[in-house]
Ligand binder design. Structure first.
Ligand code: URA
Length: 198
């Protein structure tokens, strides 16, 4: 590992430490993978399985994502995976008294987006892949819909730095809408082509 990589590691650790200091009372899952990768995938928020294993995308959505990555010859070690929200979004179900997932609120984005932006500036990947509407809008803040922009490269300026962004549907959307499978395959073929140019 060279000095630059060590700097990156230290800078990321600092960001994550600050996040944990602020939100240590929550169920936190930080980014994971190859910090020197050209590609960073961004999900919405960790769920129960992710909290248990301390890694993003290891539950049912993670299995779907893994299948697609396998087909594309991409391994988790090749990429970095993180979430916009680095804590589990949950509430107590009053009937069962169990924790259940809840949707993202405006305050979650306000809490977590600044850390995501700092994380991306440190990682400085060649390509950012937001998975679904929430990460897409955390990056662009335009209200654009994943259905309109998936599988297309966009230039996104973040804090004066230009990034190539290639949005994909969130893997969990395939659980509810199987008809997206073919589209997902096509979008991943596009991703493979982009990666080959790096
Ligand atoms: N697991 C994650 O880590 N993020 C998601 O967005 C969904 C599942």
């Amino acid at each position: 590992m060279n000095i630059l990589n060590n700097d990156k590691k230290t800078a990321l650790l600092k960001i994550y430490q600050e996040f944990c200091n602020c939100f240590g009372h929550m169920e936190i899952v930080l980014g994971d993978g190859n910090q020197d990768s050209d590609i960073v995938l961004i999900g919405e928020a960790p769920g129960k399985d992710e909290v248990k294993q301390g890694k993003p995308f290891v539950g049912s959505a993670g299995k779907i994502l893994q299948d697609f990555l396998d087909r594309s010859g991409i391994t988790r070690e090749d990429i970095y995976i993180t979430n916009v929200m680095k804590y589990r979004l949950c509430r107590i179900n009053e009937k069962t008294n169990n924790k259940v997932n809840r949707p993202t609120r405006k305050e979650d984005l306000e809490n977590c987006r600044p850390y995501l932006i700092r994380e991306l500036l440190v990682l400085s990947p060649k390509l950012i892949v937001p998975l679904g509407n929430v990460p897409l809008n955390a990056l662009t803040d335009t209200g654009m819909k994943i259905g309109d922009v998936h599988g297309r490269v966009m230039d996104v300026e973040i804090e004066g730095k230009h990034f190539q962004v290639y949005p994909l549907y969130h893997p969990a959307s395939l659980i509810y809408n199987r008809s997206l499978t073919e589209t997902y395959h096509e979008d991943l073929e596009g991703l493979e082509k982009i990666i080959k140019t790096f």
